[in-house]
Design a protein around this ligand. Structure first.
Ligand code: ATP
Length: 514
């Protein structure tokens, strides 16, 4: 199966098993808006708990808040979003489809990279153990030709980005024959800026109404509460404020399922520090955040940093944590050193003094900030796309299994009486269910054969299936079947809680972070 096909199958699987539905589906949906179903919401909540606890419980100097989506409109002037939260927009005149010019160029670069990697893979296959990748890349004519093309386009792109040169974006697209995937033509409009903020009005009469923006990031809610939290929490630098909440962006192109949505959720943490220490903290947060990701066991090779070449005017360092999605390595999280830009601007625009008095040095200053910002939905997609597997079984059948890291799995255990019309089996299964449900999200299922029930649980990623059979009535033991290995073990009912807990308890995951 190609990665493209895998992605399509995954989207269908998410719908079929209650993870993610297109929003307003009975009205034919709403572009780039999705709802989470009964399984999706559990997975999402577990991801949020993993992040929230890693931030606020494991760090005594990080606290949480929950600020509103509606904020004073001046905030978005101070933050720069009214003036500069734009994407470069381009239309194809034949298909009438809209694209982000930067994304068209980046996708083109990715394709060249893929070609190079394919050549390298061919070389590796041909030369076997004696393969020297560095030498191959330096001498193979096909690789050299593609690399030259890559470097040329890349250098022009970086320069255009730095200079904010929209005409040059179009030139790059036209010069390289980048076509619209729908019409296949190179008949493009000029590139123009498009502001991504949604707006509405607040107030009962239209004259008195204020323009209100739906927040495009949660971070500003943290900045404008900096003084409140610092004072009421008697926080000393360095300290952080964490928040999970909805954000809204009128994305130009939103065709990658929950990767790019118009309504999404972010988990952001702003870490306030003394000016001059930012690069050291930036490095520490890069390390800490990568550890949080890799700790889930989805393969260190599936993550990489992408350091920004073009820095926003207020940032002095920025990187993305990229994950290998089915459509390639793409941003999952951003880590930014934002200097005193945000707090400084809010001080200026609000006229309120936002300073920290440093008891050690006796100075007052506007703190610097390191920000870590990750999309909940992109994390859900990372987990689901990595977990989805189609496995050939010994009996020739295929099973679809979601190998979701156990502490994140929506359902931790399924309790299955062997027969549904045997009162004793059903009663015992129900009593096991009643006992376990306080500790774990469990499902009781008595319909269909045991094999079919196992398949249903595999498809939603349940780590354990507990089967109650006739022997259970005599020996107080049940069969526990493990999702990934499909091994079955007979265990005493009294031990079920500790067996499940060992695998699914999120605290074990958190402990590994220390
Ligand atoms: P991109 O370059 O992919 O548009 P960005 O650099 O604009 O992302 P940030 O502003 O740094 O993203 O936002 C932080 C995080 O929020 C991103 O790393 C991503 O996980 C998430 N995010 C941003 N935009 C969206 C979106 N439209 N849908 C889902 N998640 C998003």
């Amino acid at each position: 199966m190609t990665q493209d096909e895998l992605f399509k199958v995954l989207v269908a699987h998410c719908k079929e098993y209650g993870f993610i539905f297109p929003s307003s589906e009975i009205y034919d949906g709403l572009a780039a808006v999705y709802d989470y179903g009964q399984m999706g919401v559990e997975l999402k909540n577990n991801i949020k708990a993993y992040w929230w606890n890693a931030m606020t419980r494991l760090n005594e100097n990080i606290v949480g808040i929950d600020s509103c989506i509606f904020m004073h409109p001046r905030i978005w002037e101070a933050s720069g979003h009214v003036g500069a939260f734009n994407d470069p927009l381009i239309d194809n005149k034949d298909s009438k489809k809209r694209y982000r010019a930067d994304v068209l160029i980046e996708d083109f670069l990715c394709k060249i990279e893929e070609k190079i990697n394919k050549e390298v893979a061919k070389g590796r296959k041909k030369f076997g153990d004696s393969f020297d990748e560095v030498q191959f890349r330096a001498t193979n004519p096909n690789v050299l030709r593609e690399q030259k093309k890559y470097d040329e386009v890349h250098n022009r792109y970086v320069a255009a980005e730095k200079a904010n040169d929209l005409a040059e974006y179009k030139n790059i697209i036209v010069d390289n024959g980048i076509v619209c995937p729908i019409s296949g033509t190179c008949n493009w409009t000029d590139v123009r800026q498009f502001n991504l903020m949604f707006s509405t009005s607040m107030g009962s009469t239209s004259e008195g109404a204020n323009i209100i923006y739906l927040r495009p990031e949660t971070a500003q809610g943290i900045f404008v509460n900096y003084l409140n939290v610092q004072k009421t929490g008697r926080m000393k630098l360095p300290f952080g404020i964490a928040q999970i909440g909805k954000a809204f962006r009128n994305e130009i192109v939103a065709r990658q399922f929950i990767f790019r949505m118009r309504e999404f959720e972010q988990m952001e943490m702003q870490f306030f520090i003394k000016p001059g220490t930012e690069l050291e903290w930036f490095r520490k947060w890069k390390e800490t955040r990568m550890k949080w990701h890799v700790n889930l066991g989805m393969g260190a090779e599936n993550y990489r940093f992408h350091d920004h070449e073009k820095l926003a005017h207020y940032a002095n360092a920025a990187t993305d944590v990229e994950f290998q999605f089915p459509f390639g390595f793409k941003e999952l999280e951003g880590i930014h050193s934002r200097t005193d830009f945000d707090l400084g601007n809010h001080q200026k625009f609000s006229g309120k003094k936002i300073q920290y008095f440093d008891p050690e040095t006796g100075e007052s200053y506007v703190p610097y900030v390191i920000e870590t910002s990750i999309g909940v939905d992109r994390m859900v997609l990372a987990v689901l796309s990595h977990s989805y597997k189609e496995e050939k079984l010994e009996n020739g059948e295929t099973r679809v299994v979601l190998g979701i890291p156990a502490p994140l799995a929506p359902v931790k255990a399924a309790v299955l009486p062997l027969l549904k019309n045997n009162e004793d089996l059903v009663n015992l299964a129900q009593s096991i269910m009643d006992d376990l449900k306080y500790d774990f999200n469990c499902q009781y299922d008595e319909k269909d054969s045991i094999g079919k029930r196992y398949r249903r649980q595999d498809a939603i990623g349940t780590p354990f299936c507990i089967t109650v059979d006739h022997d259970s009535l005599q020996d107080n033991c049940v069969t526990v079947r493990e999702r990934d290995t499909m091994t079955q073990k007979r265990v005493p009912i009294a031990e079920l809680r500790s067996i499940i807990d060992k695998e699914v308890n999120m605290n074990n995951l958190l402990r590994n972070l220390k």
